[in-house]
Design a protein around this ligand. Structure first.
Ligand code: AMP
Length: 115
């Protein structure tokens, strides 16, 4: 089972710098960080992208992902100064890996609008 590189990380077939794990959520450091703190928070179930979220079960997963992001922001000392949470969705959203993931970015001043 599993069609993306993130499934291989979930199954421990390839290594990752894992910072959080529960029975349904995994979080690990992005291999190509765009900020001093750049963590990806993913569900263990396969949801390709945020526009595929369509059920109460999915809603619970999204809520848990945000809880994990907030906990990790505190742990990484970026909560007080603020941080950014991002879901890239599809081609124009800049999504590269089609396994739902929430980017937690912090430790520097973010710009707006994003590129
Ligand atoms: P996105 O463009 O939103 O799909 O983001 C995919 C992210 O996954 C990028 O920031 C990549 O740097 C990151 N990434 C890809 N492969 C790995 C990996 N093996 N371990 C950690 N992060 C990865």
């Amino acid at each position: 089972m599993g069609s993306t590189i993130f499934s291989k990380i979930i199954n421990k077939e390839i290594p990752a710098d894992i910072v959080y794990e529960s029975n349904d959520i995994l979080a690990f450091r992005d291999i190509n960080p765009q900020a001093p703190v750049h963590i990806l928070i993913i569900p263990k179930i396969e949801i390709p992208k945020i526009s595929d979220v369509n059920s109460a079960e999915h809603g619970i997963i999204i809520s848990k992902m945000i809880d994990v992001a907030n906990e990790l922001a505190i742990k990484e000392n970026i909560s007080d100064d603020g941080f950014r949470l991002v879901f890239n969705c599809g081609k124009n959203g800049g999504q590269e890996v089609y396994h739902l993931h929430l980017h937690l970015l912090g430790g520097r001043q973010m710009k707006w609008p994003p590129g």
